[in-house]
Design a protein around this ligand. Structure first.
Ligand code: PEP
Ligand code: MN
Length: 348
């Protein structure tokens, strides 16, 4: 249920309404807006409470919410959420967030080199996996804790906050110690125990859409994290599995404006996993930003043919620089900024 409070309500009036909600055994989530404040009521649905809340002073209207997710929905929280990830970087504002780096952290020198290269091209976050979900148990599965330390050191040297994947609750302390943003990968979108645990920490979490995840399932997965008390959630569209085999995944550009309409959480586009093909990454990155994404996740490697994972979709440093300039031009058209990038006009 959502309680819309009239603009003349004082903080004391809001407290009174919240107290009345809590007396019914439900939880109240207050979202103070510039025009109106909204109180989201979480708990068992009881239609008779609509009249009870409507009779309270300063209550303008009360609506029942039929969607299964609540805290992530725009109904509960009309304003965009802006997630602060550290070192002055935010995800969800006018400035786009660009997370770039290799699929896997391969060794110390390699991640330092990648950090400098992506920073020079205008990225504002460094990515790299230390725990890799691989289809084959014989493939490179990441350096584990050693890789986390290299990533954090490379991020510190280049002044970039870092993001890395957490695959198991087993590694949550190590990952939290070294990372600024915890990535929950596509294969773990519905690992509900993992979602509960990342909900109990305050670090931002980037939740990737599952290979066959429906929008509602994805938003409900995010709801798990918010329901545990962590509001710092970023969504990431990384392509879904369809009948098409000409590319690795089908990047679902529709999902971006739809999720932005349904939810206040920021959304990142990942055209690297979303296409699996290096030649498609730049056009799909541009499409993602044009569709309203709040940023990008891009895999970059100095020598993609030697990459220990996902070489086929990794941009060279040079191609990444070109991509950033193309994306900056689209960003300007949709009134977003990429301050680290010189636009093609400025380059000339
Ligand atoms: C990754 O970011 O390297 C990754 C494994 O992503 P996804 O979970 O989307 O496959
Ligand atoms: Mn990858």
């Amino acid at each position: 249920m959502i309680i819309v409070v009239s603009p003349d309500a004082t903080p004391d009036d809001l407290d009174h309404i919240v107290a009345r909600v809590e007396e019914t055994g439900r939880t109240a989530h207050l979202s103070v807006g510039t025009e109106r404040s909204i109180i989201g009521v979480i708990g068992p649905d009881d239609p008779t409470l609509q009249d009870v809340f409507e009779a309270l002073p300063h209550v303008e209207s009360v609506h029942r919410v039929t969607k299964p997710y609540k805290l992530v929905s725009r109904d509960f929280h009309p304003a965009d959420t802006i997630v602060e990830v550290g070192q002055g970087v935010t995800v969800g504002g006018v400035e786009l967030a660009v997370m770039a780096g290799p699929c896997s952290i391969e060794n110390e020198a390699h991640i330092f080199d990648a950090a400098r290269a992506v920073k020079a091209a205008g990225a504002n976050m460094l990515r790299g996996g230390a725990y890799k979900p691989r289809s084959s148990p014989y493939a490179f599965r990441g350096l584990g804790p050693e890789g986390l330390a290299y990533l954090a050191a490379a991020g510190a040297e280049s002044g970039l906050p870092v993001i890395t994947e957490l695959m198991s609750v087993r590694d949550i302390d190590a990952v939290c110690r070294y990372t600024d943003v915890i990535q929950v990968g596509a294969r773990n979108m519905q690992n509900f125990i993992l979602l509960d645990e990342v909900g109990k920490v305050k670090k931002p979490v980037m939740l990737k859409r599952a290979l066959s995840g429906q929008i509602e399932e994805w938003l409900l997965a995010a709801e798990y994290i918010l329901a545990q008390g962590n509001p710092n959630v970023i969504l990431c569209e990384r392509g879904i599995r369809t009948f098409e085999t000409a590319y690795r995944n089908t990047f679902d550009v529709n999902a971006i404006p739809l999720v932005k309409e349904l939810s206040h959480l920021p959304v990142i586009a990942d055209p690297s996993h979303g296409t699996g093909k290096v030649g498609l990454v730049t056009p799909v990155a541009m499409a993602g930003i044009a569709a309203g994404a709040d940023g990008l996740m891009i895999e970059v490697h100095n020598s993609p043919e030697h990459a220990l994972s996902d070489g086929a979709q990794s941009l060279t440093y040079e191609k990444f620089g070109i991509m950033m300039r193309s994306v900056a031009a689209v960003a300007a058209a949709v009134e977003r900024t990429l301050t680290g990038v010189r636009t093609p006009a400025a380059v000339r």
